[in-house]
Design a protein. Structure first.
Lengths: 172, 112
C-alpha cells in the first residue's frame, strides 16, 4: 500500500516538474521525484540502491541548479504546437502498445523468476565471502560489468572536462 | 499490476516532456524522469512479496529474499545516469554561452 502511495507521489511530482513554468521550481520538483524513488527503493528492500540514489539525486540537483540559476528565460508559446503534439501522442501510443504486449509476458508483481539469482544466493557466501549478495554480484560474479561502468564514468568525466574548459590549446 | 502501470505512467510523462518541450533544461528533466522510471521498473520486477533485503542472516534462505540481480544492474545504471546528466548539462551550458538561449528552435547553426 505504501509503495503505491510513494509511486503516486512520484507521478504527481513528475507532472508538476513538466507543467510548471519556472525552471528552478521544475528542477526542485524533479528532486522530489528522485527522493521519492529513494524511498520506493527502501520499501522494495533495496537499501544499497536507496543510499546511492539519495547521493546521486543531491549531486544531480546541484548540477541542474548550476545550469538554471541566473538565466532569464523567455517562455516560448508559438511554433508548430499542433504537429508536435500529434507526433508526441503517436510516440506515446506506440510505446504503450509495446508495453501492453510486454506486460502480458511478465510474471505477476511479487513473484520473480529467480533462476540465476537462486544459485548466486545459495553459493554467494561460499564463493566470494561477502554477506551482501548485491556487493558479491557487482564486484565478483559480474565484475566485468562494473569495469565497463567505470569506463563509461571515466569517459563522461573526460567529456565534461573537455567541454567545460575555457581555454583551448594554442596552436604554434 | 498497479505498480507496473504507475511506473509506465511515469515513463510516459518523461517521454512527453522530452518530445514536446522546447527548452533544453526541460528536456534534461524529462530524460531524468525516464531514467527514474526504468530503474524503478527493474527493481519492481525483482521484488518478492514479503521478501527481505538480499543480505545474509541466520534465517535467510533463497525463498525469502528479493532478487539481487536487478538491484546490482540498477546500482550500475544510477551512477552512469549521474555522469550522463553532467555531460548533457555541460553541453547545455556551452550552448547557452554561444547562443544566449535554451530554445532548441533558435539553435540552428548546424541545420542544413
Amino acid at each position: 500500500m505504501e509503495l503505491k502511495l510513494i509511486l503516486l507521489f512520484m507521478v504527481f511530482g513528475a507532472v508538476i516538474a513538466v507543467k510548471i513554468e519556472d525552471l528552478l521550481s521544475s528542477v526542485i520538483a524533479v528532486g522530489a521525484v528522485g527522493l521519492g524513488l529513494s524511498m520506493a527503493f527502501l520499501v522494495l528492500k533495496a537499501p544499497d540502491l536507496a543510499i546511492t540514489q539519495l547521493v546521486v539525486e543531491i549531486l544531480c540537483l546541484i548540477i541542474l541548479i548550476r545550469a538554471t540559476i541566473n538565466k532569464d528565460l523567455p517562455l516560448i508559446k508559438d511554433g508548430r504546437w499542433f504537429f508536435n503534439t500529434v507526433a508526441t501522442l503517436l510516440f506515446i501510443a506506440s510505446f504503450l502498445m509495446f508495453a501492453y504486449f510486454a506486460l502480458l509476458e511478465l510474471p505477476d508483481f511479487g513473484k520473480p523468476i529467480m533462476r540465476v539469482a537462486g544459485s548466486y544466493i545459495a553459493n554467494g557466501l561460499a564463493k566470494t565471502g561477502a554477506a551482501n549478495i548485491v556487493a558479491s554480484i557487482i564486484l565478483d560474479f559480474r565484475g566485468y560489468d562494473t569495469l565497463g561502468e567505470a569506463t563509461v564514468l571515466f569517459t563522461a568525466v573526460i567529456g565534461v572536462l573537455a567541454i567545460i574548459r575555457k581555454v583551448g590549446r594554442i596552436k604554434k | 499490476m498497479t505498480e507496473y502501470i504507475l511506473c509506465l505512467a511515469l515513463f510516459c510523462i518523461g517521454l512527453y516532456c522530452v518530445l514536446r518541450k522546447r527548452n533544453i533544461i526541460k528536456i534534461i528533466i524529462g530524460l531524468g524522469i525516464m531514467e527514474y522510471a526504468v530503474n524503478l521498473f527493474f527493481v519492481l520486477v525483482g521484488y518478492k512479496t514479503g521478501g527481505r533485503a538480499p543480505i545474509l542472516a541466520k534465517d535467510q534462505v533463497v525463498s525469502n529474499m528479493v532478487d539481487p540481480i536487478p538491484q546490482a544492474l540498477v546500482l550500475t545504471s544510477i551512477v552512469i545516469g549521474l555522469a550522463v546528466t553532467a555531460l548533457i548539462v555541460a553541453i547545455a551550458i556551452r550552448l547557452f554561452e554561444r547562443y544566449g538561449t535554451f530554445d532548441i528552435t533558435k539553435i540552428r547553426r548546424l541545420k542544413g
